[in-house]
Each structure stands twice: as C-alpha cells, then as structure tokens.
Write a protein that binds this ligand. Structure first.
Ligand code: OMP
Length: 303
C-alpha cells in the first residue's frame, strides 16, 4: 500500500492469494445463528457458541482459504461472546499448516470517524490485539477517507481490509448505485459516477502496483446480477481481493459467480456461511460441504 512501510509478515493480499491457490477460492463464514446451534443440538448460550465455532475451526482449519467469523453472532452473547470470538481468532491462527494458520477475516463491518476509527483499527488490526485476525470488513459510508486509520494500521501490520462496495442485499442499491456529486478531491474519472465505482477507484489507488494483489479488498455480493456493469464499477482495476458473500443460502452459485465477476474473477474469494455450516455437526460432513463449495467456486472463478 502506498506510502506505508510493510510489517514483518507478508502483506495480506499475498497471503490470501497463496491460500486461495492452495485450498481453492472459498471462505467459510462462521455465523452461529440460534437456529444452527439448535440444529447441532447445542444450547443457544455462550457454551453452545464456543462449542459450535471451535468445532468449525477444528474440522476445516487448513482445508479452506479463510474463515469469516461474523461478529454479530458473538456480540449477541455479550462480553463472554466476544471472548469466544477472541478464542476463534486464536484457534484459526493455530489451525492447519503454515506460520499463520488459516486466514481469518473478522466480519464486524466497522466504520467511524477520526480517533474513533483509530480505536476500531487498534481493536481489530493491531498486533497483539485479541480481536485482530488477518483482515476486517469495514464500511466506507462515512466517506472512504474516514477509513484512513484502518488503512494505515492494516498496511503497517500486514493485515487486510474488505471495504463494502456492492453488497448482497437489495437495500444497498439506494446508496451504492447513487451518483456522486463530484466532491472536492474525488478522483477525476469517478466524479459524477456511482458511489460503488468511487469506492472501487479509491481501493485501486491504494493497491496500485501491488503483486500478486494489494491488501485493500472490496465486498461485492455474488447475488447482485449486473450491478457491476450498471454502476460502472471497474473491479479489474482494483487489483485487490474481492470477497463475494451470497453464495449458497442467499441463492448465488457457480453461474452467478462467473457472471458477476467476469475478468476480475481470479481475485474473488467466494464466501458461504449457512450452506456449509448446515451440514454439521459431523466434521466429515462439514469437510464434504466445504469441499463441494470450494470446487464450485474454483470452477466458476478459475477455469
Ligand atoms: O461482509 C459480508 O461478509 C457480507 C456482505 C454482504 O454484502 N452480504 C453478506 O451476506 N455478508 C455477510 O456474509 C454472511 C452471509 O451468510 P450466508 O448467507 O449464511 O452465507 C453474513 O455474515 C453476512 O453478514
């Protein structure tokens, strides 16, 4: 990333590219819904949450490119739930092979201003913070520039960001497809374009020249139909990872992945939560479900 010295570990973009080559372009979301805890025969409390999440890491660690624990399902159990999230991050780091285990994207979708954003960055991106995985999802809808503290700390510690761009839900359109008025300092080619295109252009600047790809990724849902084209969003120019939720439970599959991402597909990390987790609690069934999803993603994105 421009202007910031890299930390001792390889940058997130390079580590994710290697993990996708080794295990296929699939991220398994750890979303311990109350209904899934029940289906697994676990109580909807902190003990159930812990058992569920650690079983997922145990079964799939080293077998998928990344995990994406959804913070909301941990937060709903209060401070003890957050302690479980810390445990999950540590377990993923220790799982599988390699010095950094299985990559973890903490899905907390943070976004705020100034010193508050700095505090979020310290919580989720600083070395030694118990909530810091390898990357964090962030919301740029207080202005992309408001994410700067996170951009800087991620670069300094070899971590990554996934910036919401075109989300998988239909309500996102009213913000993401809106046209910008050309705010002062906006990138020339994106002024007057859509908000989504501007977010992608901002990420592209941060990733310029990085190989095999930069560490500032975008979230682009696999369910969005032709929204990439409709919003004029240049995903190829982003040169960063593209997290694609919406696979499985929200209806997207091989066809949608291939159609949505076109020439940017090599940088896509497909993400599925309920469709994989629903195969549990049997660890072998979890592995089979994850492998099937990874094969589908591989066929759509890398053939
Ligand atoms: O950032 C995300 O991961 C995300 C962005 C988005 O646009 N849509 C979306 O569904 N997600 C997350 O991806 C997961 C989807 O779960 P499943 O629908 O069960 O696969 C949830 O944790 C969502 O919060």
């Amino acid at each position: 990333m421009s202007g910031v010295e890299a930390g001792p570990v390889a940058p997130f973009g390079a580590r994710l590219a290697a993990a996708m080559d080794a295990n296929g372009p699939l991220c398994v979301g750890i979303d311990p819904h109350a209904s899934l805890l029940q289906a697994w025969g676990l109580p909807d409390d902190v003990d159930g949450l812990r058992e569920f999440s650690l079983r997922v890491v145990d079964a799939l660690g080293g077998k998928v490119a990344a995990f994406k624990p959804q913070s909301a399902f941990f937060e709903r159990h209060g401070s003890r739930g957050l302690a479980v999230l810390e445990e999950v991050v540590a377990a993923a780091r220790a799982a599988g092979s390699g010095s950094t285990g299985t990559l973890t994207i903490v899905d907390a979708k943070r976004g705020d201003i100034g010193s508050t954003m700095s505090a979020y960055a310290e919580a989720f991106l600083a070395d030694g913070s118990p909530l810091a995985g390898d990357a964090l999802t962030v919301s740029p809808y207080l202005g992309f520039g408001s994410l700067q503290p996170a951009v800087e700390l991620a670069a300094a510690t070899g971590r990554g960001l996934f910036v919401l761009c075109l989300t998988s839900n239909k309500e996102g359109l009213e913000v993401q497809h809106a046209r910008t008025g050309g705010p002062e300092g906006a990138l020339d080619r994106a002024v007057g374009g859509t908000v989504a295109a501007l977010m992608a252009a901002r990420a592209a600047v941060l990733n310029a020249g990085a190989e095999p790809m930069g560490s500032v990724g975008l979230v682009v849902g696999a369910t969005i139909g032709d929204a990439v084209r409709a919003t004029g969003t240049d995903l190829v120019a982003v040169n960063g990872p593209l997290l694609a939720p919406g696979v499985g439970a929200q209806g997207a599959g091989e066809r949608e992945l291939a159609a949505t991402f076109g020439d940017a597909r090599r940088n896509v990390l497909a993400s599925s939560s309920r469709a994989v987790l629903g195969a549990g609690p049997d660890p072998d069934a979890l592995v089979r479900a994850a492998r099937a999803a990874a094969r589908e993603a591989q066929a759509a994105l890398r053939s």
